[in-house]
Design a protein around this ligand. Structure first.
Ligand SMILES: [Mg+2]
Length: 275
């Protein structure tokens, strides 16, 4: 497990010399050559689910309500068991959807037909009904992640920011409308479904780079998914700050910077790029 400060500092003389942010922020003492990014950052894209917004919390609460109200789901002994099985299934379905192996309508129902199959029920009508009930209930439990709203607004006050998200387009648009600071501050909003590409496809990152109007290396992407956000962003030449709670020792230096809480992001990472 990683402990303490987890920014992966780049100790490059070239970067020290060429970074105006570093020069303006730090004493050039050899003891403090702290600059974690490949270039000064001029644009910050944020992932939405489980980065700024607590998707996992809303998912858990929605499934708890379904467990309490749908008799068939009582075959899962506890809400926690239902949540765990659903999460495993949904993760696989999302990979299939993001790889364009299945379409949106299929993804919505498939996660529940597979869930029901775990308790030996085959009922497409019920699967379809659960798909819609889940989305309706899920939407009632959206919230910011702790500290995310203030961090987002403070970064947006100083740099251009955008939203880059996978997810069903109409659901993500509803979130951006509901959490008005997102739409108010973001100069670019890129939703995978609208572009025809899903993270980690490099084409969505290239599209987002064009929309931002800056060079790829000037973009910082803040996200929670190793596959979609960290690998995807780095593959496109972006810098990445990875929101991750439990990193193994071999994962600590995968992204340019890692953080576990938004307080940590503001205290340890933002000072390196926000002027
Ligand atoms: Mg995410």
């Amino acid at each position: 497990m990683c402990t303490g400060k987890r920014i992966c500092f780049v100790r490059s003389v070239d970067i020290l010399i060429t970074s105006p942010v570093l020069v303006s922020t730090f004493d050039l003492s050899p003891d403090i050559p702290l600059y974690p990014f490949s270039s000064p950052i001029s644009f910050v894209y944020f992932d939405l689910d489980d980065t700024l917004l607590d998707h996992r919390g809303a998912e858990k609460k929605a499934l708890l309500e379904l467990h309490q109200t749908v008799p068939e789901l009582k075959l899962f002994e506890t809400p926690e068991q239902l949540q765990s099985v659903y999460h495993t299934i949904n993760t696989k379905v999302w990979v299939q959807y993001s790889d364009a192996e299945i379409d949106k309508a299929t993804a919505r129902v498939l996660r529940f037909s597979r869930l029901l199959r775990e308790i030996d029920i085959t009922d497409e009508a019920l699967s379809s009904d659960l798909g819609q009930r889940y989305l309706d209930t899920y939407a009632e439990h959206w919230s910011w992640k702790t500290g995310a709203r203030d961090a987002f607004v403070r970064i947006a006050d100083r740099l251009d920011v955008g939203i880059l998200t996978n997810g069903f387009a109409e659901v993500q648009r509803q979130k951006i409308e509901q959490f008005s600071e997102l739409g108010h501050h973001a100069s670019c909003t890129v939703i995978g479904e609208d572009t025809g590409f899903m993270k980690p496809d490099i084409r969505i990152f290239e599209f987002a780079t064009q929309k931002a109007g800056v060079n790829a290396e000037e973009i910082l992407y803040v996200g929670d998914s190793l596959r979609s956000d960290v690998r995807g962003g780095q593959n496109a030449g972006w810098n990445v700050a990875w929101l991750a709670d439990n990193l193994g020792p071999t994962e600590c230096d995968i992204a340019e910077a890692t953080f576990a809480t938004w307080d940590e992001f503001e205290s340890d990472i933002a000072p390196h790029f926000v002027r």
